[in-house]
Design a protein around this ligand. Structure first.
Ligand SMILES: NC(=O)c1ccc[n+]([C@@H]2O[C@H](COP(=O)([O-])OP(=O)(O)OC[C@H]3O[C@@H](n4cnc5c(N)ncnc54)[C@H](OP(=O)(O)O)[C@@H]3O)[C@@H](O)[C@H]2O)c1
Length: 316
């Protein structure tokens, strides 16, 4: 369904004026947290390109409905879609991009090398398959989905990404689910191998019950954008008293409180929903602010409670 009608045209024009697709000097570096947020807030990555600070996740979104719900997300203002080869919905995401009425450069699209495609040759094939599936001319961000497979496989997959970045096919590259030991290994590999590539983004499960301070600190020091997956903990913390209290205080839902927390921590939250009212709700997080006490009440530095898989702790 085209977006070019009524309010959407105005939104598009505003975005065209204020969100240049890349290499502007005014954008906030990932290592700095902006004082104010709006739906157009973006971070500048090490690659020089920009990434919108709110993403729309499509893990477990069925391919048959993915185009429709992604178009819903574009309608309410999301401009960033987080997919992966493993999700089997890259194609409908790309169809949504094509059918949105928006310009390609206004939308930020991510895919990932699946765990079973680690190593140089397999990762290269994964990237080729993503282009074949999506029909896109370029992909904004490609991540290594997880560090499983051993050092050689991890470094080989990185080499494939770095070559695609150099060739301009993939604009920014990064990793997901890497522990600090995997990150150190990658940094050393980039320094000594000559393959190049910049670590632009890291994606991890992050929320108040899994703050991952060590990883976040590693990333911040290097201006690596921190994306937060499962930002609303898959609904599992909906009844936490602290969320109830903050929800009443701000007149917002528990999900909105968690997403606002993520933004104010300087992360890029990637909420997933296939429900139109929730897609809208999850983007309505710019009309309130958590104060210092609110943020403190969501500070659990010693909590380590993943709700998803946790490859960061692997040592193969
Ligand atoms: N790199 C990785 O290894 C990795 C792992 C997991 C996730 N991710 C990425 O991160 C995204 C988000 O993670 P996730 O999907 O696992 O978890 P999530 O976003 O924390 O939670 C999604 C769940 O919450 C429900 N929900 C959404 N908004 C809601 C609201 N406002 N109120 C109540 N319930 C709501 C959704 O239901 P409905 O859809 O039915 O509305 C869905 O069941 C994924 O889609 C994916 O893009 C990456």
């Amino acid at each position: 369904m085209p977006l070019l009608c009524g309010r959407s045209i105005r939104v598009q024009q505003v975005i065209l004026r204020t969100v240049a697709p890349f290499k502007t000097d005014k954008r906030t570096m990932a290592s700095q947290i902006p004082a104010k947020f709006d739906i157009k807030t973006a971070y500048r990555m090490n690659s020089g390109y920009e990434i919108p600070a709110l993403g729309y996740g499509v893990y477990q979104t069925p391919a048959a409905t993915c185009e429709e719900v992604t178009l819903d997300a574009f309608r309410v203002g999301y401009r960033h879609v987080d997919s992966a080869r493993a999700y089997r919905n890259e194609q409908p995401c790309a169809d949504a991009i094509r059918n949105s009425g928006l310009k390609r450069e206004e939308i930020f699209f991510t895919s990932k090398v699946p765990p079973k495609s680690m190593g140089y040759e397999a990762a290269k094939k994964s990237i080729e398959s993503s282009f074949f599936q999506t029909g896109l001319d370029y992909i904004d961000l490609y991540l290594i989905h997880s560090p499983y497979g051993g050092k050689e496989a991890r470094c080989g997959a990185w080499k494939a990404l770095a070559e695609a970045q150099k060739a301009g096919k993939i604009r920014s590259i990064g990793i997901s689910n890497y522990g600090v030991h995997h990150l150190d290994e990658l940094e050393e590999y980039i320094k000594t191998s000559g393959v190049g590539g910049t670590i632009d983004v890291g994606q991890w499960e992050i929320h108040p019950w899994l703050p991952r301070d060590d990883i976040v600190e590693w990333a911040r020091k290097r201006n690596v954008v921190v994306e937060a997956y499962c930002p609303i903990v898959r609904g599992q913390r909906a009844n936490e008293p602290v969320l109830k209290q903050l929800s009443e205080k701000h007149g917002k839902t528990w999900a909105q409180i968690l997403l606002r927390w993520s933004l104010q921590k300087g992360f890029v939250p990637l909420p997933k929903s296939v429900t139109p009212s929730r897609i809208e709700e999850n983007a309505a997080i710019y009309d309130f602010e958590l104060d210092e006490d609110d943020m403190k009440s969501l500070h659990f530095p010693s909590s380590y409670a993943p709700c998803s898989w946790d490859p960061t702790t692997s040592h193969d």
